[in-house]
Ligand binder design. Structure first.
Ligand code: SF4
Length: 455
């Protein structure tokens, strides 16, 4: 078939890699394409357009994407399927993928509304198509695609980031930070609730710097949370990610005040060493971070805290690593996400700093950090033994189909025998056992219909 005679089969399949932002973006992209007359295919083999929502924030995600593209090249060739990449891919990587013809087009996170144009161009043979619009876009006028049988979802409230951490590609791929209109956010949350969702996670690279201004009115993150908690008392509200530099006591007090705002804060620290924090251009010190953790625990005593830690950043010495372990010991986080540093093309660190910690040292330090976190997670989980937890049932346990799994307000996984309950029910579970990652229990008393006043 001639390139320009290719039939416009409007069915697409989407694979998502990376963080919650990418999951939320896939729902936006799905809505945009469905509104433009495309249909979402449940099976990759049936679609004639495959979109890969990518991530290059960590090297591992980028490698996963490349591997997946290689695996699927036979479909591309055999069925002439179009491959498009969207999301946070660095310019260097996407240029290589386009040059090698592993993909047909790339659309950056600010240009999703133009997706169908790119598909059309690629369909008629205009390959190697790329775009890099600088204008930031909130997609406030696009309602995310609603998935069947889901009870939890994500909603972006800010996009982009102004922080310029030296290791991070996000400010270059997603652009400057922009906050969505709060009226849209509230309306969208109401719509999600009316469609059966029980829990919404508000997303942003840095939700604490949410700030929307119109005329004399300014609404910050604490006010947004307050409005949402009051306007939709029947929904659980979570948020991610918090930046220690921007998190205010005002936000902490609002979390403490409302039972439907979940008691969990993901607070990436990255390093416990002031020297490394400075090199990373994180705008806090370990002392300020520890003081914030103390205030969280004073204002919201039941709050769980999780972290991101990156080990082996440029110039990290043993002393810096020990500072990180010491900070972890002081806080004893509930859980965390741990990585070793790998330079990301396009970032300040890639261009200006030396990746001078040997790989074997990075691996050893990462192992020590993971082992220590396991110890702390285990300690924290044991604090729940004998206690009753309110759990939103999210699905069947992967290990035992006679068990449900759900999460408590602290975002900890709880599994328990199903009995007669259903996905979406809120149940009280008495915890009688645990692993470092899971609380295990039994239904404590009758299920309550979702009732936020009893969360
Ligand atoms: S706060 Fe730092 S790490 Fe997070 S997205 Fe912004 S630049 Fe990246």
């Amino acid at each position: 078939m001639e390139k320009n005679q290719r039939k416009l089969n409007k069915s697409f399949y989407i694979e998502t890699y990376g963080c919650q932002m990418n999951i939320a973006d896939s729902e936006i992209v799905t809505s945009i394409l469905c509104n433009d007359g495309y249909s979402l295919s449940e099976y990759l083999e049936e679609a004639n357009i495959i979109l890969f929502n990518s991530c290059s924030v960590r090297e591992k995600a980028e490698l996963t994407l490349k591997k997946r593209l290689d695996q699927l090249q036979f479909i591309k060739k055999k069925k002439k399927t179009l491959f498009g990449v969207i999301g946070c891919l660095s310019k260097q990587v996407r240029d290589i993928l386009l040059k090698e013809k592993k993909i047909d087009f790339f659309v950056n996170p600010n240009s999703y509304k133009e997706m169908s144009n790119f598909i059309r161009y690629a369909m008629i043979g205009q390959k190697n198509l790329s775009i890099n619009h600088q204008k930031n876009e909130t997609y406030a006028d696009i309602s995310p695609f609603l998935k069947r049988d889901k009870i939890t979802t994500f909603l972006s409230i800010t996009r982009g980031c102004d922080n310029m951490c030296t290791f991070c590609i996000v400010p270059f791929t997603r652009g400057r930070e922009i906050s969505s209109n709060p009226y849209y956010i509230i309306d969208e949350c109401k719509r999600l609730y009316q469609n059966g969702y029980k829990e919404i996670t508000l997303l942003g690279q840095n939700v604490d710097s949410y700030r929307w201004t119109q005329g004399l009115i300014t609404i910050d993150f604490s006010e947004l949370l307050n409005f949402l908690a009051i306007e939709i008392p029947s929904i659980r509200i979570r948020f991610s990610t918090s930046n220690p530099h921007d998190m205010s006591d005002k936000v902490l007090k609002i979390i403490s005040k409302h039972s439907n705002i979940c008691k969990h804060i993901h607070l990436p620290v990255q390093s416990g060493s002031n020297k490394i924090l400075k090199l990373m251009n994180r705008k806090y010190t370990r002392e300020k971070y520890l003081s914030l953790v103390n205030r969280i625990r004073a204002i919201i005593p039941e709050c769980s805290i999780s972290h991101d830690i990156m080990t082996g950043f440029c110039n990290e010495e043993e002393k810096d690593h020990q500072d990180t372990l010491d900070l972890m010991n002081k806080i004893q986080y509930n859980y965390g996400y741990m990585f070793s540093y790998s330079p990301r093309p396009g970032t300040y660190a890639y261009k200006k700093l030396k990746d001078n910690v040997p790989q074997n040292v990075k691996i050893e330090r990462l192992k020590e950090i993971i082992d220590l976190q396991k110890k702390h997670s285990s300690f924290r989980m044991k604090e729940y033994l004998g206690k009753v937890q309110e759990v939103l049932i999210e699905g069947e346990s992967k290990k035992n189909n006679q068990y449900w799994y759900g999460r408590n307000t602290q975002n900890l996984i709880v599994v328990f025998p199903k009995e007669s309950y259903k996905i979406g029910n809120i149940v009280s579970v008495k915890i009688n056992d645990c692993t470092p990652a899971t609380l295990i229990g039994k239904i404590y008393k009758d299920v309550k219909k979702w009732n936020p006043s009893k969360i």
